[in-house]
Design a protein around this ligand. Structure first.
Ligand code: GSH
Length: 351
């Protein structure tokens, strides 16, 4: 049963929980890649003006790709569509846009791109963000989020801004992969496993693994500014998008409440350091985040009330992590240009 769907409501979220009470992530349906030099089937050319990145500002997996697009300065090369944080019976939709249609693709629902790619089975694994869609055809190219960020970082080199960081440096890949593996199972996906468990034992397993991993990461970050090496890498981006949602959503809504992020000695200043780095905090929208989780997962929050807290100003407090050395964008790197303001403000909540 889909715990996001309750009788009589029109909302839908794909959060499959199996008969053992465990949350099961379904994985990407389309695993094509966009690369500098395509070699055969399933590889598309990195070409400015050809693709549209579709994200929800609520989604931690999509948030990664938004951060990387900005860090790499690919805003002019790859356009951006932002869906409503509230999925309806046909999932992600463009209801925030004029006439409820994405102005470039002309779609009302993201599923149109999935079905354009495969009319029979396009939505078999759900309709997920992030998704990259070909602008001219409206075809879904890929929803394979781990490759999306790695490829935006490594395969679009020709079109990246001067001073862009190297997020997946050759010499550090093994270490980055090892950190990411634990972070994925216990933290990124771990909070979902805790939140969507329908058996006490499954919840407790996820909770225990989550906090054991956070303790380990907290210790790792005691003497080093970033997770791997001396500057920001894929590993930091992947951890950040879960940490930034932690106190606002996962602590309460997903019952990950041994402690708040703000009660970790090193993880909290580490997360603030990243938040205050251009490309990170300026892509965070707590309004989208809270409305999505608290209003879509009705099995967990039947009243759909969106909490007002926590107070976000704490994210801007000094972190003193510069004292640990390192440089966010690498020795020759520079920050991306600041954004003018929020990416997609939402209309007031229905009272
Ligand atoms: N489905 C992806 C990850 C991305 C993901 O789970 N995105 C969520 C939003 S945070 C989503 O779009 N869920 C809707 C669905 O899967 O139908 C995967 O595990 O490969």
């Amino acid at each position: 049963m889909d715990p996001g769907a309750s009788a009589g409501n029109q909302q839908r979220v794909s959060t499959p929980t199996d008969t053992s009470g465990s949350f099961r992530r379904r994985g990407p349906r389309f695993t094509d890649r966009i690369v500098a030099e395509p070699a055969g089937d399933g590889q598309w050319p990195a070409e400015p003006g050809r693709y549209r990145l579709v994200v929800s500002l609520a989604c931690p997996w999509a948030h990664r790709s938004l951060i990387v697009r900005r860090l790499m300065g690919l805003e002019d090369a790859i356009s951006l569509a932002i869906v409503s944080p509230i999925q309806d019976e046909r999932s992600w939709n463009f209801s925030l846009d004029e006439d409820g249609r994405d102005p470039v693709l002309g779609h009302r629902y993201l599923e149109e791109a999935y079905l354009a790619r495969d009319p029979e089975e396009g939505t078999e694994n759900g309709v997920s963000v992030p998704a990259i869609v070909e602008e001219s055809t409206g075809l879904l190219v890929t929803n394979d989020y781990p490759w999306i960020t790695i490829d935006l970082g490594a395969e679009w080199a020709k079109y990246q801004r001067a001073g862009a960081p190297v997020l997946y440096p050759e010499g550090l890949r093994e270490e980055i992969d090892a950190v990411n593996e634990g972070v994925f199972h216990d933290v990124n996906n771990g909070v979902y496993k805790a939140g969507f468990a329908t058996k006490q034992a499954r919840y407790e397993e996820a909770y225990t693994a989550l906090f054991a991993r956070l303790d380990e990461l907290d210790e790792r970050l005691a003497a080093r500014r970033y997770l791997v090496g001396d500057h920001i890498t894929e590993a930091d981006i992947r951890l950040f998008t879960t940490l930034v949602r932690f106190d606002a959503v996962y602590h309460g809504h997903f019952k990950c409440n041994r402690q708040k992020l703000a009660e970790f000695e090193h993880l909290w200043p580490y997360a603030r350091d990243l938040y205050q780095t251009p490309g990170f905090g300026d892509t965070v929208d707590f309004d989208h985040i809270k409305r999505h989780y608290y209003q879509v997962h009705e099995s967990i929050n039947p009243t759909r009330i969106v909490p007002l807290g926590p107070e976000p100003s704490a994210w801007l407090e000094p972190h003193h992590r510069e004292e640990l050395g390192g440089s966010p964008f690498g020795p020759e790197g520079t920050p991306p240009e600041p954004l003018d303001g929020p990416l997609r403000p939402l209309p007031p909540l229905d009272m």
